[in-house]
Design a protein. Structure first.
Length: 433
C-alpha cells in the first residue's frame, strides 16, 4: 500500500497514441487526482524508441530513458504504466521486472495479459502489488472491475459482445455510407481508430479474441485458455453482403463470445449476422458493448467507446485511482491458486444457422446441385433468394440454412471450392443464435 503524504512516482513506458495521451492527462489532472485520492503524483520517467518522433503532446526530455530497464536502476518508482502493447519482448520484460521489484503495474496491453496473465498475476500476488488491466478490454467500459467487484457474487455462464471499436466502426460506416471496406479502413486510420501502419490485429479478430480470453478467465474463475478456437475477422466481409443483410433485417457485427456449455468452455470470435431489432444489432460506430448472463442478476449490459486514446486513458486512470486509494486485490478477482483449468468445448460441435452467398453460372440445374450437396451434409435450407444477372450470364444465390454443426459446414463448403458452376468462392457468415 502506498503511504499517505508521499509523492507517488510514476513511470510510463511507450509513448504511442495511448502513452502520450496518458502522459498529458496525468499532468493536467494532478490536482483532481490529489483531491479525490489524497495522493500527489509525479511522472519521473518515460521511455520510448524514439525521443525525437513528432507526437500529439509535448513531453519533458529530461526524464526520457531510451532503455526502459534503466528506469528501475535510476528511479524509485511506485507505479509503472506499460503502454508498448507487445505480447512478449520488452512489454513482458518491463512488467515482470516491475512486479519483482514490488512496483504496481497498470497496462492496456490485452495481448500481454491474454498470453502471460496467469504468470504475471501470480507474480503480483507474491509481491503484494497490483497488476491492473481495465483498459485491456473494451476501451473506456469498466467491464473488468464490474466482473471482479460489481458481479462478484454472481455465477456468470456467458459473456459476449462487440469488443473491437475499429471493426465496429468499419462495418457501421460501410452500411451507413455505402462505402467499400478499403475506403472505410482509410477513414478509420485517419481518425485514429485503426493503426496507420498495420491494423491487421484489429481486422483479423486477434484483438477481440485476446479480450474474450481475459473476460472468460474473469467471468468463470479459470486459467486463461490456450485452446485453438474459431477466430475470424472482417477482412472478407463485402459491401454486397452488408446490403443483402440489411434487406433481410440483419446487420453484420464482429462478436466475441464465451460461454460454459455442459461444464465446458467455449470461446470464439467471428462475424455474425444479428437482427436489427436486437440491442447488439444497434451498437454502432466505435462503440463497444459487453453483455454478461448469470445468476441471480440475469443479464447485464455495459456500453461505451472502445477505440481511441481517450477511452483507454479513462480506464488507465480508473486503475490509478484504485491503487492510490490502497486497493490491493487479486488481478483476476480471486487468488491464482484457486483459479481452475477447464475442459474445452469441441468447436466442431458449435451450431449456427449460416448465410451463404454464391456467384454461379446462370443455367438450369445449378441451384438444385447446391441444395443437394447441402442435404448430403445434413444442412437444411431455410430460405433461398436467387438474383439473375442476364448480361453477365451469372446469378447470385443467397441461402439461409437451419442450424448445423461447424464440422458439417466446413466439410460442405470445401466441396464448393472446385465446382465448375461456382464463379466466385462463396461467402459464409454465421447467424448469431
Amino acid at each position: 500500500m502506498i503511504e499517505m503524504n508521499k509523492i507517488v512516482k510514476i513511470g510510463i513506458i511507450g509513448l504511442g497514441q495511448i502513452g502520450i495521451y496518458l502522459y498529458n492527462e496525468l499532468n493536467i489532472k494532478k490536482k483532481e487526482i490529489e483531491k479525490k485520492t489524497g495522493k500527489r503524483i509525479k511522472i519521473v520517467a518515460i521511455s520510448a524508441k524514439n525521443k525525437n518522433k513528432k507526437r500529439r503532446f509535448k513531453f519533458s526530455k529530461k526524464i526520457f530513458y531510451k532503455n526502459p530497464l534503466q528506469i528501475f536502476k535510476n528511479e524509485n518508482i511506485d507505479i509503472l504504466f506499460e503502454c508498448v502493447g507487445l505480447s512478449d519482448g520488452i512489454s513482458k520484460k518491463v512488467v515482470e521486472t516491475a512486479l519483482k521489484n514490488k512496483i504496481n503495474v497498470i497496462t492496456p496491453n490485452k495481448a500481454l495479459i491474454a498470453k502471460h496473465g496467469d504468470y504475471l498475476a501470480k507474480l503480483a500476488e507474491k509481491n503484494n502489488v497490483c497488476l491492473e488491466f481495465e483498459a485491456s478490454v473494451a476501451g473506456g467500459i469498466p467491464i473488468v472491475r464490474t466482473i471482479k467487484e460489481g458481479l462478484a457474487t454472481n455465477k456468470i455462464n456467458k459473456v459476449y459482445g462487440i469488443l473491437n471499436g475499429t471493426t465496429n466502426y468499419i462495418l457501421s460506416e460501410m452500411e451507413n455510407n455505402n462505402e467499400s471496406f478499403k475506403r472505410v479502413l482509410q477513414k478509420a486510420q485517419k481518425l485514429g481508430y485503426a493503426e496507420p501502419g498495420n491494423p491487421k490485429l484489429d481486422l483479423n479478430g486477434f484483438d477481440a479474441f485476446a479480450k474474450i480470453r481475459i473476460l472468460s478467465s474473469l467471468s468463470f474463475n479459470t486459467k486463461i485458455s490456450k485452446a485453438n478456437c474459431i477466430m475470424e475477422g472482417i477482412e472478407n466481409i463485402k459491401l454486397e453482403d452488408i446490403k443483402i443483410a440489411s434487406q433481410l433485417g440483419l446487420r453484420v457485427k464482429l462478436l466475441g463470445i464465451s460461454e460454459i456449455i455442459n461444464n465446458q468452455l467455449f470461446e470464439t470470435v467471428h462475424p455474425c449476422l444479428v437482427s436489427k431489432k436486437t440491442y447488439i444489432g444497434n451498437v454502432n460506430g466505435v462503440m463497444n458493448a459487453v453483455i454478461t448472463e448469470g445468476k441471480p442478476v440475469g443479464e447485464s449490459i455495459l456500453q461505451g467507446e472502445g477505440a481511441g486514446p481517450g477511452p483507454t486513458s479513462s480506464s488507465l486512470l480508473s486503475d490509478l485511482f484504485s491503487i492510490l486509494r490502497g486497493n490491493i486485490k487479486y488481478p483476476f478477482g480471486i487468488e491464482s491458486v484457486k483459479r481452475k483449468k477447464i475442459t474445452i468445448f469441441n468447436k466442431n460441435n458449435y451450431k449456427n444457422s449460416l448465410y451463404l452467398r454464391f456467384i454461379v453460372k446462370d443455367k438450369q440445374g445449378v441451384l438444385s446441385s447446391i441444395t443437394n450437396r447441402l442435404a448430403k451434409y445434413k444442412i437444411s435450407v431455410k430460405r433461398i433468394i436467387q438474383t439473375p444477372d442476364k448480361a453477365n450470364k451469372e446469378a447470385t444465390i443467397i441461402i439461409i440454412t437451419h442450424k448445423t454443426s461447424e464440422i458439417n459446414a466446413n466439410k460442405c463448403l470445401s466441396i464448393f471450392k472446385n465446382n465448375n458452376n461456382t464463379l466466385k468462392f462463396l461467402t459464409l457468415i454465421r447467424l448469431y443464435n
